[in-house]
Design a protein around this ligand. Sequence first.
Ligand code: ZN
Length: 155
Amino acid sequence: MTSTLTETAAAYVLAESPDAYVLTPTRLGIFTALRMAYAGDPAALRAIGRLEEAMGEGKVVVTAFDGVEGRCASVSRGQAVEHVFTATGCTCEGGRHPWHIHPMLFRLLLAERAIFDPAGLLAELCAATPPPADDEPPPPDDAHRPDWADEFPGL
Ligand SMILES: [Zn+2]
């Protein structure tokens, strides 16, 4: 199996595996965790089941994932159709449903990155989410200087 993800995100450890998009022991564990997290939500559980089934059949092809946004080939229409998905949205026809295969794929990939590449994931999240603009200037350095520091010149 060829992996485009390997070419676009070399730091993504799992992409270097020849079975990057199939069920692995780690992914099975994440599926169990997802089922526990959404135990009271039948729609979410159906989406988890569909994702696990598609992944088990080798129909899930992820082309990019940076922790904020992912891209994958359509499970039903093949690699000619690409979907873009985030934690809350998706470009596919099922995107109008809160729970379908792509929101769960996002969660699975995020958990996987957190396990295998936490530093890379954090760096990408920080780059994608700059701090909010602040109109107030930062306090002067002396604002955090303790009172007793005046007794010790040079501190
Ligand atoms: Zn979707």
